[in-house]
Design a protein around this ligand. Structure first.
Ligand code: NCD
Length: 312
């Protein structure tokens, strides 16, 4: 069934059908000239977006805010939890009940899994999940899918290797699900302790995709069309020694590029730490900064659709 985007919450990628995702990506493509500032779009002129970030962020917050500005709208923001009332012990539900009366849409990032869903229960206004702990990051997935579709021309029948921290990485939890939905082939490369949660693998199987699970990057490079590299999520490790054991497990460098297909694309949600060597940046396959730009048109599409100013 076609989802009614107007007023909808964006909590998990699992709530979208293939057709819904394609609709968002198509609207995002239409937004590119305005996202680059080459065309004016004032369609959210009378709207206010609230961005509440209770965890560090650069790209997600800035690109949501830039997207809102590119649509002529305004933004109110909490960017440092130490300066918000949460630091005085205010509950998330109280914060949300107040912020919904200050704004028309709320973007929330929070360290706790399930926080966005909880926030949506307390808000009449749409809530967009910008990352809930190690849970989901649906808008990142939409921009990742947009990037793959723009660069590869399709989402089905391509070999995508997800590399790094598949256990705590919320971007890959959402992305693996969506890629399986579209029928991409999944290669999951992680240290044994950081493999993809079983329920994500089970969801992929339901779509008829049997992920190839491995600890060795070398085996998957020759066949990969996309290498989606992730940071080991240091902040989620209960024990610092556990982190040190897996830190630096994989490194993409000039050798990786030589062993991969000529048109191999390297993606990363960023920030990167040591997993992609700077020498890779110059290669035509390194598309992570383009990927980061795509956050603007994709988030413009999301804001416009849930505000009801675009009907697709
Ligand atoms: C990611 C996140 O916050 O989950 N960053 C992002 O939104 N682009 C990835 C990460 O922090 O490693």
């Amino acid at each position: 069934m076609k989802m009614n985007f107007k007023g909808a919450n964006i909590i998990s990628i699992r709530e979208f059908s293939k057709e819904d995702i394609v609709r968002i990506l198509d609207v995002a493509r239409d937004m590119v000239p305005a996202a680059k500032g080459q065309k004016a779009n004032r369609s959210l002129e009378d709207k206010i977006l609230a961005t509440l970030f209770f965890e560090p962020s650069t790209r997600t917050r800035l690109s949501f805010e830039a997207a809102m500005h590119r649509l002529g709208g305004s933004v109110v923001s909490v960017q440092d939890p130490r300066t918000a009332s949460a630091a005085k012990g205010e509950t998330l539900s109280d914060t949300i009940r107040m912020v919904e009366s200050y704004s028309d849409m709320i973007v929330l990032r929070h360290p706790q899994e399930g926080s966005a869903r909880l926030a949506a229960e307390f808000s009449e206004k749409p809530v967009i999940n910008a990352g809930d702990g190690a849970g989901q990051h649906p808008t990142q997935t939409l921009l990742d899918l947009f990037t793959i579709r723009e660069e590869k021309g399709k989402l089905e029948d391509i070999n995508v290797a997800l590399v790094g921290d598949l256990k705590y990485g919320r971007t890959v939890h959402s992305l693996a699900y969506a890629l399986a939905l579209f029928g991409a082939k999944l290669h999951l490369v992680a240290p044994p302790t950081l493999q993809m949660p079983k329920e994500v693998v089970a969801a992929a199987r339901k779509f008829g995709v049997e992920p190839d699970i491995s600890t060795e990057l070398d085996n998957v490079i020759p066949n990969a069309d996309v290498l989606y590299v992730t940071r080991i999520q240091k902040e989620r490790f209960p024990d610092a020694r556990e982190y040190l054991r897996v830190a630096g497990a994989y490194k993409i460098d000039a050798r990786t590029l030589r062993e991969g297909k000529a048109d191999l694309k390297i993606m990363h949600p960023l920030p990167r730490v040591t997993e992609i060597a700077p020498e890779v940046d110059r290669s035509p396959g390194a598309i992570y900064f383009r990927q980061a730009f795509n956050g603007i048109p994709v988030r413009m599409a999301i804001l416009a659709l849930i505000s009801g100013v675009v009907d697709k």
